[in-house]
Design a binder for this molecule. Structure first.
Ligand code: SAM
Length: 996
């Protein structure tokens, strides 16, 4: 067994699944039977099976898809007649009755849709992240009244909030930190205290209600004299059973029937209680640890409560706090280290209001995004932002999101209290880095009542870009180079240099409504056109030596083979426009672009996804034609992802859904996308009518994304594989040694030519529309701008400067490099840049001695070049018996395996990770092939290098210890194995076809 690089060059002509060593005799027969049933595959020109239709063959050369079947029905639905409307409303109701509710609002004018062919989802990789365990320790909240000078500050700040555009006052807000800032933020809130809930005698309620400066803090009970609590009045929250009954180790605490009853009746309510008795545990510690209380409810009921599983709010003054010997624990993570717990406690302080008020922290939802932490802002903050003007009919609230800092107007129905959201685990529902950041910012707000400086600046009318530059010092805003699907710039065009004359001139030149949207094109190992990460012999990857964009040669229309020589994309070539032009179909900056027939530029991906556009020359994949035929309503649709009303949008393929987005925004957001009729792909023939040749692509908004198998737990997936392949039984690793088979040959090679898989791979062009997974520097970054005087269109200047290139590889020579030069440079410098050491994943690993940049050639995988039979013999007869030693075989192709066990570079020590920072690829330099490990994203100094082995074995499972959140649990390429398993069927399941 050996590993093979991520991209292989399949040999279409003579490979068959039966030739692989993983298929046993029986499987081979089964496969042959299947093939016999299906008939022989036709071989197309150039040796490709006809079923494997390259991307360019999907689009007709001259005629765009203009027939009714292609056009978005929903776009046309805007012109529906009244009769149609009535019909559709009935239909809509019918849909709702059937549980297929549609919340995007309007009646559709479509006739009842014809049944669609079943959609086959081929690929999934991510699994649902594990939920952190809830700790009930957290569920103790204490409210302390602070009788301070904050009342005054409150009044001042309210004024400031109203006049938030006045700069002087802004500054006071911005500069306030620490205690002052805390009080500031408290006073942004205009809500009332919670309602009166009881008439217990000792409660100083008037003081509670009148104090404008109460805030909830977390207190430590350690060392407090338990007797002092007796007689105190407080509120206890009856927790939802799922929360209340978990103890610290996650097991269940049985609930007494009374509590159960209360839980059922009063779950989520705060009840006034009086403390009758307190139990403390002094047995295990010298200090008094309060563990339980006997409390009386206002209706006279009494109950024993466990202080660690119930949340209690005490209304006490600072004096009382001292008297009780309670200490502050707010905002420190040293209390129990449980972020979530702290958040819950802190959020509880914001949870007793009935009306939303300025400064309230909430969860808000906008289309295409998860519930997201946000703060309620003043109307004036929204200013004249497009699409955010007040709608008199609906109840909506102006909010600013944490993390992204975008403003939005959110329907009150789409808002939920921050505490409730936490308890519903909303904080686990998204893994985007800016969501994670939003939680951090929300926590900061909850604990210290501080908003990020950028948010405050934006509230005060400064544009995002200005804020960006101004707040670069804000550490929580610093771009750590982590993976990020998408960054939206909600700035006015090019506001970075808005003060300059050139900038104002430029914005006049820009198309109306244009606002650039930055996407971190981080998947350097995927084709920017088809979004696929595999390479084929007749469709190799090309990487632009200037901007580093990666495309398949055919997807980009590059006809000439490029062998180790400099290759530049259209926009980097000499003669390209000085100013990289904006795409005329979407506001996303960067990506694979081509000229249009009317003298503009557009993304190839946009042209492919927008039904009316086509490519005049499908071999060269340019120019893009059919722009004038784009339905005019398509231009009016507002992208639900980037929010920019520029360009032409596509819409969710769900019949009644109108959610619109730019194709590349949808890709960045990870919306599912697939071919409408995958079977047609097999049948397509070049002499069909041109219209007939068009294949409609489907995409689904987040809501209608068909359920995928992504969330299958590892065991399920393994079970599924086993079910599909009856002969499969995961063996143990008898030698116990490190069997180094990252990238098994068959895993990638096996898919290289079995025709069915080739076709499936093509489907995956569109099906596997995974989000951008890898981090790293932007390929395209807005650095500076110049004005287009000729075209009338101007755009941002991508960072194609040599300066940028120079810094892209540390100490790199100061020119653009050909692959050969880069290879030479890599060989000369890898020792300086890499070190090996004890790995946290397995055995030894390789570490970066210095920062590596995304796309850098890191190291070559070298060793003895042997033939596969030799590699197999060595492995089985020698290496497997060397307990504790590793085998390091990397298969290049059918004939060649690199055995790095006894010779070679340190590359063989690079461990596997399911969230790797590198990838492997075969490159050709002056006719010789080399396995190169490339950086997939920026890699920090001393970070361990990893790549995805995608170990492929039907009969062996290798447990993975990479420990990343998206760890598959096994080193194996489960998806590939599942795919393969689909081709296997046990003999017993085969039956003669009798022609029925
Ligand atoms: C090429 S070696 C990598 C170097 C290895 N750490 C060593 O010290 O020899 C590959 C072997 O390392 C182990 N390995 C690498 N990554 C791993 C991971 N994420 N989880 C578990 N084992 C891993 C496996 O045993 C694999 O066969």
């Amino acid at each position: 067994m050996a590993l093979s690089p991520q991209t292989v060059k399949p040999n279409y002509s003579n490979n068959n699944i039966n030739h692989t060593k993983t298929g046993g005799e029986e499987d081979g027969e089964a496969e042959r039977s299947l093939q016999e049933q299906q008939g022989e595959e036709e071989i197309g020109p150039g040796g490709s099976p006809k079923r494997y239709v390259p991307l360019c063959d999907l689009y007709s050369a001259t005629s765009p898809c203009v027939n009714g079947g292609i056009m978005s029905k929903k776009v046309k639905a805007r012109k529906m007649t009244t009769t149609l409307k009535t019909e559709t409303l009935t239909q809509h109701t019918h849909l709702l009755d059937n549980g297929h509710e549609e919340d995007h609002g309007h009646a559709s004018s479509e006739p009842k849709p014809l049944p669609r062919p079943p959609v086959i989802r081929v690929y999934t990789r991510q699994r649902r992240p594990k939920r952190p365990r809830l700790s009930p320790d957290s569920l103790v909240a204490v409210k302390v009244e602070l009788e301070e000078e904050e009342v005054d500050t409150s009044a001042q700040l309210k004024k400031k909030q109203k006049k938030s555009n006045e700069k002087g006052k802004q500054k006071a807000l911005v500069d306030s930190t620490g205690e002052k800032s805390k009080s500031n933020c408290v006073n942004l809130r205009t809500r009332k205290s919670g309602p009166s809930t009881g008439n217990l005698p000792n409660l100083d309620r008037s003081r509670m209600v009148n104090s404008a400066a109460k805030r909830w803090v977390r207190l430590g009970f350690d060392g407090a004299d338990s007797n002092n609590f007796i007689g105190l009045q407080c509120k206890a929250r009856i927790n939802p059973p799922s929360v209340a009954i978990l103890n610290t180790v996650g097991s269940t605490i049985p609930m007494c029937p009374k509590v159960q009853l209360a839980a059922n009746r009063f779950t989520g309510l705060w009840m006034m209680i009086g403390i009758l008795a307190v139990w403390s545990d002094t047995m295990r510690r010298l200090v008094d640890i309060i563990v339980g209380m006997q409390v009386s409810y206002e209706d006279g009921d009494e109950e024993d409560i466990n202080i660690r599983t119930e949340r209690i709010k005490f209304f006490i003054s600072r004096d009382e706090m001292h008297r009780l010997n309670l200490s502050y624990k707010i905002g420190t993570s040293d209390t129990d280290g449980l972020e979530f717990s702290e958040m819950v406690v802190l959020a509880a302080s914001f949870d007793d209001c009935h009306e939303l008020g300025l400064g309230d922290i909430i969860w808000a939802k906008i289309a295409g995004h998860a519930m997201w932490p946000a703060v309620v802002v003043d109307e004036s903050c929204l200013g004249n932002r497009k699409g955010l003007t007040k709608n008199s009919e609906g109840k909506s609230v102006p909010v600013q999101f944490f993390g992204s800092h975008d403003f939005a107007r959110v329907n009150t129905k789409q808002i939920i209290s921050f505490l409730k959201g936490l308890l519903s685990s909303f904080h686990l529902k998204c893994k985007k880095p800016n969501f994670v950041q939003s939680l951090e910012e929300a926590k900061l707000y909850l604990s210290e009542l501080k908003l990020p400086r950028r948010m405050i600046r934006m509230q005060n009318g400064m544009e995002a870009d200005d804020c960006d530059s101004a707040s670069q010092e804000d550490e929580h805003n610093a771009d750590s180079g982590e993976e990020c699907k998408m960054e939206l710039s909600n700035s006015k065009p090019f506001s970075k240099s808005s003060s300059s004359k050139a900038a104002s001139q430029r914005s006049q030149d820009l198309p109306i409504g244009y606002r650039p949207v930055l996407v971190k094109w981080k998947d350097l190992d995927k084709c920017n056109v088809c979004d696929m990460d595999e390479e084929y012999e007749n469709n190799l990857f090309l990487q632009c030596d200037k901007c580093r964009m990666m495309v398949h040669a055919k997807c980009y229309g590059e006809l000439e083979p490029v062998d180790g020589v400099l290759w530049l994309c259209n926009l980097c070539r000499p003669g390209a426009p000085n100013i990289p032009p904006p795409c005329c179909l979407c506001p996303l900056i960067g990506g694979a672009m081509k000229p249009t027939t009317d003298g503009r530029w557009a993304h190839l991906a946009c042209a492919i996804w927008i039904p009316e556009t086509c490519l005049s020359d499908i071999k060269k994949m340019e120019p893009i034609d059919g722009l004038s035929r784009i339905n005019k309503d398509r231009w009016k649709l507002l992208c639900s992802i980037c929010g920019v009303s520029y360009g032409a949008c596509i819409q969710c393929s769900n019949n009644t859904c109108r959610v619109a987005y730019h194709p590349l925004c949808a890709r960045a957001a990870g919306f599912c996308a697939e071919l409408e009729d995958e079977d047609r792909l097999h049948l397509i023939s070049m002499d069909e009518d041109e219209d007939e040749q068009c294949i409609r692509l489907l995409s689904f908004c987040k809501k209608h994304r068909p359920p995928s198998t992504e969330c299958l737990e590892k065991d399920d997936r393994v079970r599924q594989t086993a079910r599909q392949c009856p002969d499969y039984s995961p063996p143990s690793n008898p030698s116990g040694c490190a069997r180094s088979e990252p990238y098994n040959y068959f895993g990638r090679r096996g898919r290289k030519e079995p025709e069915a898989l080739a076709a499936a791979s093509l489907k995956r062009l569109f099906v596997e529309n995974r989000p951008y997974l890898v981090g790293g520097c932007c390929q395209h970054e807005v650095l500076g701008y110049t004005v287009s005087s000729t075209t009338g269109l101007a755009g941002s200047k991508f960072s194609f400067s040599l300066q940028k290139l120079k810094s892209s590889q540390l100490d790199a020579p100061k020119t653009i490099h050909s692959m050969a030069e880069k290879y030479k440079y890599m060989r000369e410098t890898f020792r300086k840049r890499l070190a090996f050491g004890k790995s946290g994943i397995h055995g030894f690993g390789i570490f970066a001695k210095q920062l590596l940049r995304a796309g850098d050639m890191v190291i070559e995988y070298t060793g003895e070049l042997v033939r596969p039979p030799i590699a197999d013999r060595r492995e089985h007869l020698i290496y497997n018996s060397l307990v504790g030693a590793g085998t390091y075989l990397f298969r290049i192709d059918d004939e060649r395996v690199i055995d790095a066990t006894r010779a070679g570079s340190i590359a063989h020590l690079i461990n596997h990770s399911c969230e790797p920072n590198c990838y492997s690829r075969v490159i050709s330099v002056n006719g010789d092939e080399h396995i190169i490990i490339f950086a997939k994203r920026d890699i920090k100094q001393w970070e361990e290098l990893t790549y995805d082995y995608r170990f492929f074995s039907i009969d062996e499972q290798l447990a993975c210890y990479c420990g990343f959140p998206r760890c598959r649990g096994v080193v194996n390429d489960i998806d590939a194995e599942e795919q393969l398993a689909k081709l296997y069927v046990s003999r017993s399941e085969l039956r003669d076809w009798r022609g029925e």
